[in-house]
Design a protein around this ligand. Structure first.
Ligand code: CAA
Length: 281
């Protein structure tokens, strides 16, 4: 894939742009005018971290950044062979962009979504070619986490699935797993009920946030406890996935805890806003 587009330069979009550009592709990232500088800064900061950690040479970092253009112009995505959408989890917004992209890219281009909570087939059906639409679900932090979940739909062309999985593995150096288009796919269907159970435990006053997290880090060898991980993922994302699981499967244990809703209402979205279960300011 020589030319790749990424829609959205937030935490996930910036991470996806970074790994794709590090693999040698030219990347265009679509952002709102007021967020262009922040998106570029986010990518530069992550690359600097990789250089500092000895994972990337300084000249490779510069070359990677040179391959990335953050733009407000969706028309400039016309020559992209693959576009990965990584916008906020707002269905109407995603539908609008899939609809627009369908007219801009060539008919052979592949359209992927990084959604964690919206059925991929709904986005595919916003295009005239749903057979070239699939889920390409990355994990946060994208440059560090080894996995890409490939999400197939009832309409996707198997050749498209193979091409994207090959690119994720051989191009980006990720491991891949394949899931059908059901809520949570594989990872979030297992992870998010665990996170919301931890939030319920904290909400009930049963234990402190620090002790819940320490329990899973020191007792089970997890790299991060569930409340800190919820803050890292973003509480708005945790809520969106929990709501989607509850809507899909209807069982009470999938329902989002009230505290999670109130924290999102309060704008306490975790690490990205400086406050969640912990204070990052
Ligand atoms: N590029 C490449 N490597 C990088 C890098 C970058 N931009 N930034 C950091 N690294 C490397 C570091 O060099 C380090 O490598 P070594 O272990 O080989 O030394 C490694 O990444 C970890 O970095 P740090 O030492 O800075 O950080 P840490 O040890 O505190 O670990 C963490 C941080 C990786 C986030 C770890 O805590 C972790 O794995 N947490 C769990 C994260 C997780 O579960 N993510 C999935 C969330 S679910 C999701 O995202 C899906 C969804 O839809 C909700």
């Amino acid at each position: 894939m020589k030319n790749v587009g990424v829609i959205g330069g937030g935490t996930m979009g910036a991470g996806i742009a970074e790994v794709v550009a590090r693999a040698g592709s030219t990347v265009r990232v679509l952002e709102r005018a007021e967020a262009v500088d922040a998106a570029r800064e986010r990518i530069a900061k992550s690359l600097a971290r990789a250089v500092k950690a000895g994972k990337l040479a300084e000249d490779e970092s510069t070359a990677t950044l040179d391959r990335i253009t953050v733009t407000t112009d969706l028309e400039s995505f016309a020559d992209c062979e693959l576009v990965v959408e990584a916008m906020p989890e707002i269905e109407s917004l995603k539908l609008e962009y899939f609809h627009k992209l369908d007219d801009i890219v060539s008919k052979d281009a592949i359209l992927a979504t990084n959604t964690s909570s919206i059925p991929v087939i709904r986005l595919a059906n916003a295009t005239r070619h749903p057979e070239r639409v699939l889920g390409m679900h990355f994990f946060n932090p994208v440059p560090v986490m080894a996995l890409v979940e490939i999400v197939t739909t009832l309409k996707v062309d198997p050749a498209v699935v193979t091409k994207v999985a090959d690119f994720a593995r051989d191009g980006l150096g990720k491991r891949t797993i394949e899931s059908k288009d059901q809520s949570g796919f594989i990872v979030n269907a297992l992870l998010v009920p665990y996170l919301t159970n931890a939030i319920r435990m904290y909400e009930s006053g049963f234990a402190s946030a620090e002790d819940i997290d320490e329990g899973m880090v020191s007792g089970c060898g997890h790299p991060m406890g569930p409340l800190r991980l919820s803050d890292t993922v973003g509480l708005d994302i945790c809520l969106a996935v929990a709501e989607s699981l509850y809507a899909e499967f209807g069982q009470a244990h999938y329902a989002p805890p009230v505290l999670l809703r109130r924290m999102v209402d309060a704008g306490y979205l975790g690490r990205k806003t400086g406050r969640g279960f912990y204070d990052y300011s």
